[in-house]
Design a binder for this molecule. Structure first.
Ligand code: NAP
Length: 240
């Protein structure tokens, strides 16, 4: 499916590598004007170069997801420059080492919940008015298979993603009567640094690559997407 994202402003968190990076490139190639965030500025600059080569446009924002005060500042900057936000991909997340709950260090619990859950709420709060100001705002909250079922050792990550899914449903219920469409996307096992941390012995060549799952994000970012408050699996959407 082709997408025309001309004049659409799309914010992608965690775009410096992995899935976020691939989604940014794919959205830029479809014509979107991107806002790409992360902590690794060098990697975002390399992505910006690739986006320019592909004829696209991006604005780099250094954003640590622990820095909650920076989130409304980013929203104010987007408002000042564009007055709207057409797309929001809540992608940045951390896995942290897999550990039984009873052995978890406080710092790992706090870091995972802060980045994967609390920061996402701050983003929703700050970006909602901008998404509502767009004619067809679309939000994609990136979850995981770990949000469901029994996941020993995946404690704070699994819990944060289950919480994110609950938050997405709450948000979707609150915005049902607006032009904003919000959905949850599970990319499924994808060859990235995060996946390698969870499954160090796995051959990444046996997995879908980030570019393979990016089209599922574009489908949910498209104004043509009318689903709302739903949970999608990229593998099912794309027959991967
Ligand atoms: P990744 O390769 O580890 O990339 C994570 C991205 O998040 C990076 O761009 C990183 O940027 C950013 N990030 C992490 N911590 C951050 C922080 N404290 N502040 C700001 N940015 C931060 O992970 P991925 O595999 O692409 O995962 C992308 C999304 O897909 C995540 O939500 C993940 O839970 C989900 N997911 C992945 C898989 C998989 O198999 N790969 C499966 C299911 C779900 P910096 O380091 O530059 O800050």
């Amino acid at each position: 499916m082709t997408h025309d994202f001309q004049n659409r402003i799309i914010l992608i968190t965690g775009a410096s590598r992995g899935i976020g990076r691939a989604v940014a490139l794919a959205a830029a190639k479809a014509g979107a004007d991107l806002i790409i965030t992360g902590r690794t500025i060098g990697a975002l600059e390399e992505l910006d170069d690739e986006i320019k080569l592909a004829g696209g446009k991006a604005t780099i924002v250094e954003l640590d997801m622990h820095d909650y005060a920076a989130i409304p500042r980013l929203a104010a900057a987007i408002n000042g420059r564009w007055g709207k936000l057409d797309g929001f991909v809540a992608n940045a997340a951390t896995l942290n080492p897999l550990t039984p709950l009873s052995h978890l260090d406080d710092s790992i619990w706090n870091d995972t919940i802060a980045v994967n859950l609390t920061a996402q709420w701050h983003l929703i709060k700050a970006m909602e008015p901008l998404l509502l100001a767009a004619s067809a705002g679309r939000a994609v909250l990136v979850s995981s298979g770990a949000a469901e079922g029994i996941r020993p050792f995946w404690g704070p990550y699994a819990i944060s993603k289950a919480g994110l899914e609950a938050m997405a449903r709450v948000w979707a219920g609150e915005t049902e009567k607006t032009n904003l469409r919000i959905n949850i996307l599970n990319p499924g096992g994808t060859a990235t640094g995060m996946r390698a941390l969870a499954f160090p012995g796995e051959n990444p060549d046996t997995l879908p690559q980030p570019a393979d799952v990016a089209p599922a994000f574009l489908t949910l970012l498209d104004p043509a997407c009318i689903d709302h408050g739903q949970r999608f699996d990229a593998r099912d959407m794309l027959n991967l």
